[in-house]
Structures are given as C-alpha cells and as structure tokens.
Design a binder for this molecule. Structure first.
Ligand SMILES: Cc1cc2nc3c(=O)[nH]c(=O)nc-3n(C[C@H](O)[C@H](O)[C@H](O)COP(=O)(O)OP(=O)(O)OC[C@H]3O[C@@H](n4cnc5c(N)ncnc54)[C@H](O)[C@@H]3O)c2cc1C
Length: 537
C-alpha cells in the first residue's frame, strides 16, 4: 500500500465524526480528525440514540458513560388530547435485548465521545481547523486545511477521507456531488430546558406528538428531566417572535402545568430531506448529513450517520489490514443507501402525521391511524423494530416480508461460559466475522486447511449447547444460552446457525445438515468467499 501521513482523515467532528473517531481509535487506525469549530455545536439537536448505535460503540469502552434513558413510548394525540396512535416499547424485549431507543443529552453525548476519542494514541484531533481543499491522485488523498485562528494552511496526505462535515458539506461540493432535495421542508422552533419533576403528561410514555392542526407540537422528556418542545411554524410566525418566552409559552404551558422550569436554549430549524446522488468519489466517502438528510420526526438523522460510520469502518479496517479487497468499499453505498432511503421516507410520513395543518386533513389522519392501529398493530412503525435490510452487499440475505429487526441485525445474546462467567456474544465475537451454532453435537475437529482462514479473520465459532466439549480450534467457544434467545431465533426463522458480520448484521442463516463441524466451516468459508471481497489466503 502507498505510504501516506495518515490512513484516514475525518472532516467534521459532529456526532458522526465523533463516532468515526472512536471507531478509528478502537481499530488502531492512524487518523486525523478536523473540525472548523473550536468546540462542539452548542445548539439543541439530536435527542435520541438507537441501541444499535450504542451497541456499535460498546467496544470503545468509554471513559465517561453517555447518559441515556430508555424511551417507554410515544403517544400521538389529537387536538382534544385523545390518543390516536400510542406506541409503547414495553413488550419488545422478547430477546432480553436492546430493541429500544434511548434519550441522550447531546452536549453530554458529545463530551463523552470526544473525551474517549482523545484517549487513542492513533487519533490526532484538531478543532478550529477547516478543510479547504481535497483531491485524490493515484489513491492518495491530499487535504488542505487552515487553522481558523492563525489562518495558517497545512497539507496532509491520507488513504481515505471521511466527509462528516454535515448538511452543507464542503467535501460534497468540492467533489461536485449533487444533493437532491426530497421536498419535505418544514420550519420548527425547538426549546430545551430542565424541570425538577416530570410533567404529568408523561405517565407511561416519554414523548407526545400533539397533532393539533392549529399548532402541531412535540413534547419530550429526555435524560435527567431535560425536556424539549418542538413547535411547528404556522403562517404569520417569525423567527424572532416565536422565540420570545411570552410567545412560545402560550403553546407549551398546558403541558408544563405547575412544574418549575428553566429554559436553556431556543433555536429555529428548517428541516429538510435530501439525498446525495453518490456517497463516494474514489477514496473519499460521505457520511451522515453530508450524504443524507431527513426531518427529525423519527429521531433517525444522526443515528443513520452513526450506522454509516459503523458500516464503512469495519470495511476500511479490513482493507488496511489486508483482509478484504478494496472493492468491499463499494458496498458501503450499495448497502447503506437503500437503508437510509427507507428510514427517510418513514420520517417524512411521520412528519406528515403531525404536520396535518388543516382540520379536514387532521380528521382523515385521525380516522386512518385509528383504523390502521386496530387492524395492523402499531409496532411496525418504528424502524428500529422492524427488519430494515441493507441493500446489495456483503451478505446473503434475501428480502423477506414482515420480519422483525433481528432477522437482519442480530441480537446480542448472553451466554454462560464453561467457567461460569456470563458474557455477551458481542464481547466474544468483537468486530470480526463469526458464527453462532445452536446445539451442534457432532464432530468438532476442523482441518488444517480451514484454520488459516479462520485465524486470519479472528473468526470465532460459538456453539450454544449444554455440552462444553472443545474443538481443536482455539476460537471455538462452547457455552450455554442464559435466556434461550438463540433457540427463539432459530425457531422463528427455521435455522440452527447464523454467520454474523463485524457490525452484527446477519451475513447468512442456515441449517447444518451434517455431523461434522469441518463441513459446516468449509461451506461457511465458501459462502463468504463467494462474496468476492476476501483476499486470498
Ligand atoms: C432539531 C433537531 C433535532 C434532531 N433530533 C435528532 C434525533 O433525536 N436523533 C437523530 O438521530 N437525529 C436528530 N437530528 C438530526 C441530527 O442532528 C443530524 O442528523 C446530525 O447532527 C448529523 O450529524 P453529522 O455529524 O453528520 O453533521 P453535523 O452535526 O452537522 O456536524 C458536522 C460538523 O462538520 C464541521 N464542518 C463543516 N464543514 C467543515 C469543514 N470544511 N472543515 C472542518 N469541519 C467542518 C462542522 O463544524 C460540524 O461540527 C435532529 C436535527 C435537528 C435539527
């Protein structure tokens, strides 16, 4: 590989750049992280973090915990405050697993991420440094940035550039990548604050979409009694006027009741939905808002960016370490783009639910949702709950209708090891390809010709059974399932084995029809190699 000063330059240190910085640190990849601002963005934005994204970071072992609170549910209420669609997350814990969305307080989230990213000696972090120019010549990415205080300019080379520079991405523009608007622009005012005790409206849920056509409003109870109101702009509103306490309190006092509150900040946002035509140009990749934007009605903009980072970085890590061919990087866009497109379209639809601003449209919406909820149930509204498959890429996952999330994105299972310790399958597999077998009782000897591939990929084989008999492969781990989660999964999807990718998306599920682990391994390796992204032994 060509010598460069850094393996990766990250432009932008918002939540997606922060996620990248931590993952790069975990992988031990030499990285330069730049942000034009000296400090983290101070205004209120993301308030939700999917457990999927939290799980992606679990190997980074944060120095300070990101404070979170599980969302119990959200109620969509009509103008008379009667429920039209209430979605509670209780009961989604079939797998004793993280089917959940968490509230965060973004300033604390940023702080914890930044503090942790700094602990990695392979990370060089330069805030107050604006990326000005970038080009790629023969696989070398040349970046020019300036120190915003001194105006001094610097040039660096790297193998990859990750553009996490937000909606107005400089990198996207410099690379002439078109951003297509999806025509879902909306203006909303956001007000954040703190209260000593919880508002009365939050009995068994933590968010209310008040679908009142005269003034749609979202009411949220976040971490540690932080609250947020999002108030829709109506004709005649102005940016200055609506941010006056005497004005916005008219819309929110009914929810605050007698509680003492302290407002921390207000801001007016124009929500957009947009998609970049391409997500890469050679070794330059767009992530997060630089690649896609969506209205925040599902709390998925940042989360989608975090998924981009997780998806791209295990691939870059593998290419840098000689495990995968560089063409695996093409699958970043092919896998992630359709995933994001589905979430964006759901977010636009959810925006449509609360944004019905005429009495007639509100009436139709209320009736439709009530009928739909009666016949179809409500849980499949949340993208984290249902099976949102990746697009074409490194997996063997046919599209299946009406499956839940874990069909494509596997659960973290808790297991008991031979020595009695309880461990999660994530901790055992780490960020590698691996295989989980359900109760394999046959011959566990693996022939030498496969051991090389398995060792090279640090490919663990977990056998969940009552039999702790070992194999000749050091990374074969026999253990017991503490909650029958694997059995539930296998019964549900008619399989007894699953191959997982480093990001815990399912590569394949199958039934073993042999008594020989060697044959199972042989066919798994063949299957993996058919994706043509693995370097030859
Ligand atoms: C009101 C509101 C509520 C939201 N709620 C949620 C939610 O609950 N959940 C959720 O998942 N999403 C939510 N979102 C969306 C979420 O905030 C964004 O999707 C997310 O911030 C995108 O992160 P990013 O890192 O890609 O970009 P940004 O957060 O925009 O960060 C980009 C960074 O790049 C830096 N930068 C830009 N240009 C350069 C340059 N040339 N050189 C160096 N640095 C540069 C900027 O200074 C900035 O720090 C919300 C958005 C809004 C507006």
């Amino acid at each position: 590989m060509i010598e460069t000063e850094y393996d990766v330059v990250v432009a932008g240190y918002g939540p997606v750049g922060e996620t990248c910085a931590n993952l790069l640190g975990y992988y031990g990849i030499k990285a330069l992280i730049l942000d034009k601002e000296k400090n983290a963005y101070p205004l209120p934005r993301a308030i939700t973090w999917d457990a999927e994204c939290q799980r992606a970071m679990s190997h980074c072992e944060f120095l300070s915990e990101v404070k979170t609170r599980k969302i119990r549910g959200v109620d969509n209420k009509d103008a008379n405050k009667k429920s039209i669609m209430k979605i509670t997350t209780e009961g989604f814990d079939t797998y004793n697993y993280q089917h959940r969305i968490l509230f965060i307080h973004q300033p604390q989230f940023d702080e914890a991420h930044r503090e942790n990213a700094e602990k990695y000696s392979t990370n060089t972090i330069k805030t107050g440094s604006e990326l000005l120019a970038v080009d790629e010549i023969n696989g070398v990415v040349n970046c020019t940035y300036k120190n915003i205080e001194t105006n001094e300019q610097f040039k660096v080379t790297s193998k990859y550039l990750l553009a996490c520079d937000g909606a107005n991405s400089t990198v996207r523009k410099l690379n002439n990548i078109k951003l297509n608007s999806l025509d879902a622009d909306e203006s909303w005012m956001v007000v954040d604050g703190y209260t000593k005790s919880s508002f009365d409206c939050f009995t068994d849920i933590d968010a209310i979409q008040y679908c009142n056509p005269t003034r749609p409003t979202t009411i949220i109870q976040g971490v540690e009694n932080c609250f947020r109101f999002e108030i829709a702009f109506m004709p005649g509103d102005t940016v200055e006027e609506i941010q006056k306490e005497s004005v916005f309190r008219k819309y929110i006092d009914q929810w605050i009741g007698d509680n003492e509150v302290e407002f921390s900040r207000t801001a007016v946002y124009s929500f957009h939905a947009a998609a970049a035509e391409r997500w890469s140009n050679g070794n330059i990749f767009l992530l997060g808002d630089a690649a896609h934007q969506m209205p925040p009605f599902m709390g998925q903009g940042m989360n989608s960016g975090c998924r981009d980072a997780e998806n791209l970085l295990w691939k870059i890590n593998g290419v840098l370490k000689g495990l995968y061919k560089p063409k695996i990087l093409d699958t970043y866009e092919t896998e992630r783009k359709p995933h994001v497109a589905r979430i964006t379209s759901t977010a636009i639809k959810m925006g449509g639910v609360i944004n019905a601003k005429s009495k007639f449209r509100a009436l139709v919406r209320n009736a439709t949702l009530r009928i739909q909820g009666y016949f179809k149930g409500k849980e499949n509204i949340f993208p984290i709950m249902n099976g949102n498959r990746l697009g074409q890429g490194v997996h063997n996952m046919p599209k299946i209708k009406d499956v839940s999330l874990e069909r494509y994105y596997f659960n973290e299972i808790s297991v008991r090891l031979n020595d009695g310790r309880i461990k999660s399958t994530d901790k055992i597999l780490e960020k590698n390809f691996g295989m989980i077998l359900n109760d394999f009782e046959g011959n566990k000897k693996i022939s030498d010709k496969y051991l090389e591939f398995l060792n090279k990929h640090n490919f663990k084989i977990i056998n969940i059974s009552n039999n702790y008999e070992q194999s000749n492969y050091d990374n074969y781990i026999a253990c017991e399932d503490t909650h029958s989660d694997m059995q539930i999964y296998c019964d549900k999807y008619d399989c007894n084995a699953v191959i997982l990718r480093p990001d815990k998306y399912v590569f394949d599920i199958f039934n073993f029809e042999t008594d020989n682990l060697d044959e199972i391994v042989s066919s798994a390796i063949k299957n993996l190699q058919e994706t043509a992204v693995f370097t030859p032994n």
